[in-house]
Structures are given as C-alpha cells and as structure tokens.
Ligand binder design. Structure first.
Ligand code: C2O
Length: 541
C-alpha cells in the first residue's frame, strides 16, 4: 500500500455559464475538482488550504474513516470549518474499501461547486467481478446556480420559504444544449463501436434527485455506493444526491451521437423544480454530423415505479453477513414541518406554508448545528453544546392512503435541538426510517457518515413489523438510502466505528431545515476500538 498526497487549494474562479459570469469556489482551479485516485488499502493525505472568503470543510463521502472520525469533514460535527486563509490536512486509509466515491464541501451549499471524484481501484492483481471494460469515465451529476450559493442558502433560510430551483442541472459541470448560452458547454465522451465502457456515476447535486439514461443504450448496474452488486440491466437509473453507481454500457448501436441525460426525480406533489434535462454526448467515432442525434426517454419527474424497480434490482453481488440479532431498534421519522413564525432571524419573512417557517426533522426534532464541533465537545467533555436525548419514540404517526397522507395536520411544529443518539461500541443496530408525510410525502436520500449499512427492507405506507419482508441474504450495502416517498426503509449495521457520525438528508435544503442528527458511537476496549486524539492542526471555531 502507498500513501497518496494531494494539495487542494480552494479558491474562487471566474466562470461564465448560462450567459452569466460569476465567481465560484473551486479546488485547484478546476470544476469539477481534481480526481483523487487510490488503491484499496492506500493512505490518502490531502492538505486543504482555504483561499476563499468562505468557511470550508471537505468530506470524503462514503469513506468509513475507521478510527479517523476527525477527518470526516462535516462542519460543526467533526470539525470547525477551515477559515479563510487557514489549512488543514486530512489523512485516512481506504481500509477494505474500493469503488466510486466523491469528496465535497460540507458547509452551507458549497458542494454546488466544490466537489470531485475519489476513485479507489482494487488491489493489484484483483480483477473486477465483470469483464474488464475497455475504458472508464467519471460522470458527475450536479446543480448549478447563477447566484452565490452561500448567499442563496442564507436568503432561503431568511425567507422561511422554499428555495429557488437550480438554474441548471449539469453533467461534469456542464449544462448542455437545453440551456441558454450552453450549446457548446456540453460534456462529451467518444466511444468506439463494440467497446464497453464503465461509467462511474456520482450525484453531487444539491436539492434534486435525478434520473439518468443514455438514448437507445442499456445500462448494467454493477456497483452502488462503492460496493459490488449483481449485474442488473435497465434503461434508466435514479440517483439521489450522495449516491454513486457504476454502470457498464456497450456501444452497440448504429454510429451516431446519443444523448446522456440527467432529469429531475421529484416525488413530492406541487414542488417547484426545473423540468429541463442536462445533456451530455455519447458520441461514436466516425462521421456523425448527419447521423443520429437521439434523446433518451427519461421517466417523468414523479415516476416512483422506475425508482422502485431500480431499488429492487440492487442486490449485493455475494451473499452477505447481516446480523440476525438486534440489540437496538431505532425508529426515525423523516419529513418536513412548518414552524410558527417567530422572527428570530432579523430578516425572516415567514414565507413558508400558512405564513410559517419551513423546517424538517427526524423524530420531530429539527437539528440545530452547535457552535463548536460535536466531536470535539464529546471528546473533550465540553458541556452545553449537545444533548443525548434524541427521542426514541417518534411523534404522532400518520396513516397513508396510496402513499399520501390522509390530511395535513394543522400543527406540524417541530422542536429545535442538538439531540444525539448514543450507542455502545459493538451494538447491533436496526434502524427504520419512516417518511412522515407531514406537509408533503417525498423521497429522502438519507446518508450516514462513518458506516455502510445493509438495506434489508423498504416499502410503502407505514412500517409494520408484521408484514415487512426483509432480505437478509443479499441486501445492498450502501451509505445513502432513498427512503421511499410515503414509505419506509430498514437498515442494519454494527456500531463498531467509534466517533460522532452525522446522519442527514442529502438534499441540502432539508439539511438546512434540520433533517439530521448525529450518532455517537462510544469507544470499545483496546486501541483498535478507541478513537485517537485530535490532530494538532484541527481548525478552531
Ligand atoms: Cu455527502 Cu454529510 O455528506
């Protein structure tokens, strides 16, 4: 194994997109940012210098950070942000992990431009469990705003209402020809007839889940969230922000230029989104000028069936070892709320439903970010920044009819708090996520830091242990699970990685509204179960 060193200089850069010029925060002058390459078992060392006016942290999404929680990256959870002019070195090992990951800023909505791929190859001599592709490509789905995203988040929170939608969806940072001034701002891969390509799909977007398809070509899913899956062939896939997926595509169609497209999946009714797709080209070598130019059939924005079909198709490649015994059963509702307008914020305008303020919660608690990092507060036993009383019992439970709530409750107020879940080392956990359907039913991509988990079941309506059917044979091993619209999902994991781990909806607006909590996993016995002390250069708040 090797140590791979990288220098990340985060700086603003002037770009022109969608007929507008503005400064965006990027790493090393690149958008998307540089690719970090490693092999399973390698140590990765990244020195991050912040030369922007913003606060920055970098999160290594999907990396389990075994005993290295200090380097996980979510702001105010495992570290204070790297302030303007400061730097911090992240160091971690890709222990028993390989596949497609990504890194992204974990402050405000800066992930909109501060992201890049993290690709970890199998150990030397270990082949992929499928025929070696002729070539690999990284395809990052994103969302782009013409406005400054930090101001945009602030303005949205001040308004109390819903956020404006992105100005464009992007593939590798490019909107493509469906958008103004973007005819040439389009990503393209050149393909050779008969060859097979491995596309490493990464969803780095902010507030929209997305369908992805290539005109006339089949996609065979072979990996999800950096774990191999049984090959599953489909016309289109859906990824939520935070998910990655490897697909094989064979250039088996007549020579031509085919579109690869990303379009919105928005399960909620009445939600405002942009129904334009971002296009990139899958272009055959040869003379294509006068030949085919086809757009794929993306599902309509609310096609839940396609999402379920893809989810049903995700199975671990090999039989897995899911714990049949459970020590702790957690039940966590995920959903939106409307809080009463209290004008706590100076500019708050209470533009949410019923003149309230939009919020979101887990078990009816809207998470409030602490003033110092939770991990530091926990490690140094500093009182007053969090409590350990995340409610075990969910709030009022709503009945569903066809995946929609019977009625919208009048009072959907949530509590504000920094309430955490505390687990003993080694606890075998089952966690049921339930979409509340309060305010609206929608799919929530829930991400857990520090772990992958088996997705043992999911379904529509309210979770009912009597009828829930669990797959303990080959469930997928993921780090982000789309809790189905108006439904539930069940995950299992063993709490064997000490630290403070953020768990949140990967839609940033939901995170801003408080759809998150943190799980504290205590140390076990002995060095190999104990979180080491904090690094000397850990940023201060
Ligand atoms: Cu990809 Cu908490 O993040």
């Amino acid at each position: 194994t090797l140590t791979k060193f990288y220098d990340f200089k985060v700086k603003t850069m002037r770009v022109t997109k969608l007929c507008n010029s503005k400064d965006i925060a990027v790493v090393n002058g690149m958008f998307p940012g540089p690719v970090v390459h490693a092999q399973e078992g390698d140590r990765i060392v990244v020195n991050v210098t912040n030369a922007t006016p913003f606060n920055i942290t970098i999160h290594w999404h999907g990396v389990r950070q075994i005993l290295s929680c200090w380097y996980d990256g979510p702001s105010y959870i495992t570290q204070c942000p790297i302030q303007s002019g400061q730097s911090f070195t992240y160091e971690f090992t890709m222990a028993k992990q390989k596949g497609t990951f990504f890194w992204h800023a974990h402050v405000s909505w800066l992930r909109a431009t501060v992201y890049g791929a993290l690709i970890v190859y199998p150990k030397t001599g270990v082949p992929y469990p499928f025929k070696k592709p002729d070539k690999e490509h990284i395809i990052i789905l994103g969302e782009y705003w013409v406005k400054d995203v930090v101001q945009l988040e602030r303005a949205t929170m001040d308004s109390g209402g819903a956020p404006p939608h992105a100005d464009a969806y992007t593939i590798n940072g490019r909107p493509g020809p469906n958008y103004n001034c973007s005819k040439n701002d389009v990503y393209k891969i050149d393909v050779v007839p008969g060859k097979t390509y491995l596309l490493r799909l990464i969803h780095a977007g902010i507030n929209t889940e997305s369908f992805f398809a290539i005109a006339n070509h089949k996609l065979t899913i072979v990996e999800a969230d950096a774990e191999y899956t049984k090959p599953f062939t489909t016309d289109r896939v859906m990824l939520g922000p935070g998910q990655t997926m490897n697909v094989l595509v064979t250039a088996d169609q007549p020579i031509g230029r085919y579109s690869m497209a990303m379009g919105p999946y928005m399960s909620a009714k009445g939600v405002y989104f942009q129904n334009i797709s971002s296009i990139a080209y899958f272009q055959y070598s040869g003379n294509v000028l006068n030949s085919l130019y086809l757009n794929p059939n993306l599902p309509t924005f609310n096609d839940n069936l396609v999402v379920k079909t893809v989810m049903d198709g995700l199975r671990s490649l090999n039989p897995v070892n899911v714990s049949k015994e459970i020590d702790t059963n957690l039940f966590v509702t995920v959903g939106l709320n409307v809080q009463k307008c209290q004008s706590k914020r100076p500019n708050q305008n209470c533009q949410g439903l019923n003149h309230g303020v939009m919020a979101a919660s887990m078990n009816n608690v809207s998470f409030v970010k602490p003033k110092i990092s939770l991990l530091e507060a926990y490690y140094k036993k500093i009182n007053g920044s969090f409590t350990e009383d995340f409610p075990k019992v969910p709030p009022k439970f709503y009945d569903f009819v066809n995946g929609a709530p019977n009625s919208i409750p009048n009072n959907t107020q949530s509590l504000n708090g920094t309430k955490t879940i505390v687990l003993e080392y080694g606890t075998r956990v089952q966690l049921i996520f339930q979409d509340t359907g309060t305010v609206t039913t929608e799919n929530h991509p829930i991400h857990l830091h520090g772990y992958s988990f088996y997705v043992v079941g999911y379904g529509s309506g309210n979770y009912d242990p009597k009828t829930a059917n669990f797959n303990l044979v080959d469930p997928p091993y993921m780090n982000t699970i789309g809790v189905p619209v108006g439904g539930w999902a069940a995950i299992r994991f063993v709490a064997d990685n000490p630290g403070v781990w953020f768990m949140h909806c990967h839609l940033d607006i939901h995170q801003s509204w408080g759809l998150s909590t943190a799980i504290i996993v205590k140390n076990g016995k002995g060095d190999l179960q104990t979180l080491p002390q904090p690094p000397a250069d850990l940023p201060r708040c």
